[in-house]
Design a protein around this ligand. Structure first.
Ligand code: FES
Length: 323
């Protein structure tokens, strides 16, 4: 089997099989994905995710949480979302061992940058990207700690695996210990220390709020799975000019740039269409984008050099895109 059917910055298209599945908690299932013929999978680094294109037509992104050195399998852990729109329910209910799944990846919007020390903060299923990051920190001898919060001990996956790290890991179930005390945990900004956080939006907002006033710019790295989709009630019509084809298109207030491009027959990669995966990233050659994604860092947003065209719009009347 030829694993690679198409390759670009978003990774490669792969036809994989659920080799093994196991329930980690009542609501979290882990899947080991392999190629049918045990061919090696593409390399990846901590923080990477894979996109799963489900047979029900939905696409979902999940952090890779296994060992990057294991090229035979990718492991993802999937929380059954209480308000599932059909993605996590499908994976829990319709994908037994042996099921085939089309995947694309890996892609990394949350890379582990070199630092003199790491503070990892995870909430719930946000523990998944932290596991390979911890492995990398451990392997490089970089000091690290993990603060891992969850609703209750029973709901928290991987806590037994983490026990081997001793007091570097603190498990913090909310039902017995309350909310994470970020003010105390992050009281001492140390130069060179990087904070990596993944979890539910209230945790991310709280840690951003805390770090904005106390930690150096760039120390905090977060990964979100939900974008703040633009409120289109006040949106304006914009023009886009495509540098490669010379086309000029009008994007009405009620459509995304991606929709207009697709309708015009311009081929653009896209997946989540909600600003979370980074697949639709396009270079901006002129004009000022108005970012609504959760992929770009603050400095990338400020540079205005690229944008996610599924949700982002424009502050300027016109954008010239490298398409
Ligand atoms: Fe996922 Fe645009 S398609 S960010």
């Amino acid at each position: 089997m030829n694993l690679t059917t198409a390759a670009n910055d978003n990774g490669v298209d792969l036809s994989l099989v659920v080799h093994n599945r196991r329930m980690l908690t009542a609501d979290i299932v882990a899947l080991d994905l392999q190629a049918n013929d045990a061919e090696l999978l593409p390399p990846w680094a901590p923080g990477a995710h894979v996109e799963m294109n489900l047979d029900n037509g939905l696409s979902r992104q999940y952090s890779l949480c296994g060992d990057p050195a294991d090229r035979q399998r990718w492991t993802v852990a999937v929380l059954r979302e209480p308000s599932s729109r059909g993605g996590s329910d499908y994976i829990h209910d319709e994908m037994p061992a042996g099921a085939k799944v089309q995947c694309r990846g890996p892609r990394n919007n949350f890379p582990l940058e070199p630092a003199s020390a790491y503070k990892f903060v995870a909430g719930g299923i946000g523990i998944t990207p932290m596991l390979p990051m911890i492995g990398a920190a451990e392997a490089s001898g970089t000091p690290w700690t993990l603060l891992y919060g969850g609703r209750s001990l029973d709901s928290m996956a991987f806590k037994d695996d983490l026990a081997r790290y001793g007091d570097k890991v603190r498990i913090h179930p909310q039902d017995t210990l309350g909310l994470l005390d970020l003010a105390t945990e992050l009281a001492d900004p140390s130069p060179g220390t990087a904070i990596y956080c993944c979890g539910p939006e209230p945790l991310l907002a709280a840690i951003e709020n805390h770090c904005a006033s106390t930690w150096p710019a760039g120390a905090l790295h977060v990964e979100r799975f939900r974008a703040d989709l633009p409120d289109l009630t006040d949106a304006r019509q914009i023009e886009i000019e495509l540098a490669q084809s010379g086309m000029t298109l009008t994007v009405p207030a009620d459509k995304s740039i991606l929709e207009v491009l697709t309708e015009a027959g311009v081929e653009v990669d896209a997946s989540c269409e909600e600003g979370t995966c980074g697949t639709c990233e396009v270079m901006v050659l002129e004009g000022t984008p108005e970012h609504h994604d959760v992929v770009l860092t603050e400095s990338e947003r400020e540079s205005g050099e690229c944008m996610m065209i599924c949700v982002s719009r424009a502050k300027s009347k016109c954008l010239k895109l490298d398409l």
